[in-house]
Ligand binder design. Structure first.
Ligand SMILES: [Mg+2]
Length: 251
């Protein structure tokens, strides 16, 4: 269900305009790409596991026992969608210190490699009527770093991100996060939304808002035929599930 935003979009999300930025005001189709564990393989990089280790260490450094740290981490994740939202609310932490210790310290340079198949696929998108943005629960520094290392920073036009510096920031899967993302890029009424994310919860939230072309990225997927949402195990399959977005499917 769509409810008008009570505040301007800046109250909910951040928008980073990349070098190729264009707003979506004249777009017919908008592609939203999740970043973490969607633009790269979780199984190959184990970046998510390394993030969890760092977040756990952050809780411990606040003086909690291991048990308290695990319980609170889980509680904040369930209650707020992200550990940092609970930490900002209840522990008055410095969100930039958190970002530095949890995301910026990840050894991404040694873990991430550009995928030529994905790069070529995004180059084949019909950009005259389609805009491409990242939609992430990370802060902008991490988002830009991942996009740069994957050589996608000139193929994605902007990043809608979690603004850790805003005490009331939202994240996926809150409805306002998606609606604020639409407003941030000036998505016209009637634009068609295409979204891929490795979190089924995030996909379902988008579908409830009317984003009609949602894809679940699941690299462990073996049989997608019985699923109610298109499921892909590699990003290059987007060209198969969203054929109308591409200039030509003939090779
Ligand atoms: Mg993800």
């Amino acid at each position: 269900m769509r409810v008008p935003l009570a505040e301007p979009w800046q109250a909910y999300v951040g928008l980073e305009r990349l070098s190729t930025y264009r707003d979506a005001s004249d777009a017919e189709a908008i592609v939203w790409l999740d970043i973490d564990n969607t633009l790269y393989s979780h199984m190959e990089t184990r970046i998510a596991d390394r993030m969890v280790e760092r977040i756990r260490a952050y809780f411990l450094a606040l003086g909690m026992s291991e048990r308290e740290a695990d319980e609170l981490h889980m509680h904040y994740y369930k209650e707020y969608g992200l550990a940092i939202r609970g930490l900002v609310r209840h522990h008055t932490i410095d969100p930039m210190d958190y970002d530095q210790k949890c995301d910026a310290s990840l050894p991404l340079e040694s873990l991430l490699r550009p995928d030529e198949d994905v790069i070529r696929m995004l180059q084949r998108l019909d950009r005259t009527r389609t805009r491409v943005y990242a939609l992430t629960n990370a802060y902008k520094f991490h988002a830009e770093r991942v996009l740069r290392l994957l050589h996608l920073d000139t193929l994605v036009e902007g990043v809608v991100y979690c603004d850790y510096t805003n005490p009331d920031f939202l994240c996926k899967p809150y409805a306002e996060f998606y609606l604020a993302a639409e407003a941030a890029v000036q998505a016209p009424h009637g634009a068609h939304h295409y979204f891929v994310d490795d979190s089924r919860t995030n996909v379902d939230a988008a579908r409830r808002l009317g984003w009609e072309h949602c894809v679940h990225f699941d690299e462990t997927c073996t049989d997608a035929s019985a699923r109610d949402v298109p499921t892909i195990a590699h990003l290059r399959e987007l060209e198969r599930v969203w054929p109308s977005l591409f200039r030509s499917t003939s090779t």
